[in-house]
Design a binder for this molecule. Structure first.
Ligand SMILES: C[S@@+](CC[C@H](N)C(=O)[O-])C[C@H]1O[C@@H](n2cnc3c(N)ncnc32)[C@H](O)[C@@H]1O
Ligand code: SF4
Ligand code: SF4
Length: 389
């Protein structure tokens, strides 16, 4: 067994402040200055200004981003996924628009769809995106891409989508991993081709499991050669019991037998990150994955229920994906929130050592200082690499 001591690399600051020349102008691709500038200004308005206000009004509840579950239904069956329903009615348009209005009233300007698969109702997503963009939101669409087609890409581009996060775990599919590159290649090519016309950012979302270590490298290279970024999850078993989740045994969870190859993959990704490949994950998060798979992760300062939150199909709230199924009353869009910072803090002492939420770890990292928040801003314009870490 390959051991990683708890204090080892998690808090290791060796890469902090590395003033190399490739710091500004990360780039092997030919993104136009206009494209970069418009992504920079959009991120400035929707992430950075609300972030400053959240810091100034620190006693108020002002989430920086919210995930909106429009549907739990999905066209696929990834074995690791416990956040999908079978034929459950989706969110109504009324609830969705009320949610946007409520988020606007609490200063939030970043709306991320979540599911299930958002594209099981494409018209719904297009209409809601138009509405949210008109109301000043930066809108982020995660999708397995299979239901995308050219008209949808043009419509969502015209609606003003900011980010399209294309989930692919492999080059070709295998049991339990139905999201694979060759299945969505035509959609991918059109998506990348139209990027500059509509100004959105595309990236791959890769879940690292016990089975896809080689594929994760290949996908990273494909993304880089097309001038798009990557975002990695580490496969996590559910934190709470989910009714109808029937893959507890074959969810491709990482075991001791895979520590060595997963470590090698993470070292390789960290190296690419430092070389200037565009990645959402901080190096700190990638390092923490090694501790996570060994069940050695220390508690970390998760900001769920404070800087981020989720809105469920019926408009009710929860702090994060992992607690989607929680029975606790966290409030809703009509009565307001019931997130209690002290209660959340106690909860996170228990849950954070067993959770490495990609989204919440980045929120915690990039909001922890002005420097990191500027780095996050610059990442949207593809101007910086992650050499701070
Ligand atoms: C729940 S899906 C919803 C959006 C879309 N259907 C998709 O697949 O991206 C969002 C992301 O959650 C991640 N995810 C799902 N189950 C996970 C698990 N058990 N551990 C880590 N990440 C997971 C996947 O990588 C997936 O891309
Ligand atoms: S990860 Fe996405 S595509 Fe896969 S089953 Fe879950 S919701 Fe569907
Ligand atoms: S640590 Fe994980 S489970 Fe706990 S509140 Fe944060 S995101 Fe949710």
């Amino acid at each position: 067994m390959v051991a990683a001591s708890k204090e080892s690399k998690f808090f290791d600051d060796r890469h902090k402040w590395n003033p190399l020349p490739h710091y500004f102008y990360n780039k092997t691709h030919n993104k136009s200055k206009n494209y970069q500038f418009s992504n920079f200004t959009r991120a400035y308005r929707s992430w950075f200004v609300p972030y400053l206000k959240t810091r100034i009004h620190s006693h108020e509840f002002r989430p920086l981003l919210s995930f909106l579950y429009t549907d739990l239904n999905c066209n696929l069956n990834c074995h690791y996924c416990y956040c999908r329903g079978k034929k459950i009615p989706g969110m109504t348009m009324q609830v969705a628009k009320d949610a946007v209005k409520w988020l606007q009233s609490v200063g939030c300007r970043v709306l991320a769809y979540m599911g299930g698969e958002p594209l099981v109702r494409k018209d719904f997503i297009i209409e809601l995106t138009r509405y949210a963009v008109k109301n000043g939101f930066f809108v982020y669409l995660p999708t397995n891409g299979i239901l995308m087609d050219k008209p949808f890409i043009d419509d969502i581009g015209e609606a003003g989508i900011s980010v399209i996060n294309l989930a692919v775990d492999a080059i070709d599919g295998y049991k339990g991993i139905p999201k694979y590159f060759n299945r969505i290649k035509p959609q991918f090519q059109y998506l990348v081709q139209q990027e500059k016309k509509y100004g959105y950012i595309t990236f791959f979302n890769i879940n690292i499991t016990k089975n896809n270590v080689t594929d994760a490298k290949k996908l990273t290279e494909i993304a880089h050669s097309h001038g798009i970024g990557t975002d990695y999850h580490i496969n996590e078993p559910p934190q709470i019991e989910y009714q109808d989740f029937d893959h507890e045994q074959d969810g491709a969870w990482i075991t001791e037998a895979e520590y060595y190859e997963v470590d090698n993959l993470l070292d390789w990704i960290i190296q690419k990150n430092l070389e200037g490949y565009t990645m959402v994950n901080s190096v700190k998060h990638l390092r923490a994955m090694k501790l996570f798979i060994r069940h050695q992760l220390p508690a970390w300062p998760c900001m769920a229920g404070m800087y981020s939150m989720i809105i469920r199909l019926d408009g009710s709230f929860a702090p994060c994906f992992e607690l989607y199924g929680s029975n606790e009353d966290w409030g809703n869009i009509y009565d307001g929130h019931k997130f209690d910072p002290e209660k959340l803090s106690r909860q996170k002492q228990k849950c954070s050592p067993h959770c490495l939420s990609t989204c919440n770890f980045q929120v915690s990292h990039y909001s922890s200082s002005l420097i990191y928040s500027l780095q996050w801003l610059a990442k949207h314009a593809d101007l910086l690499t992650d050499t701070f870490w």
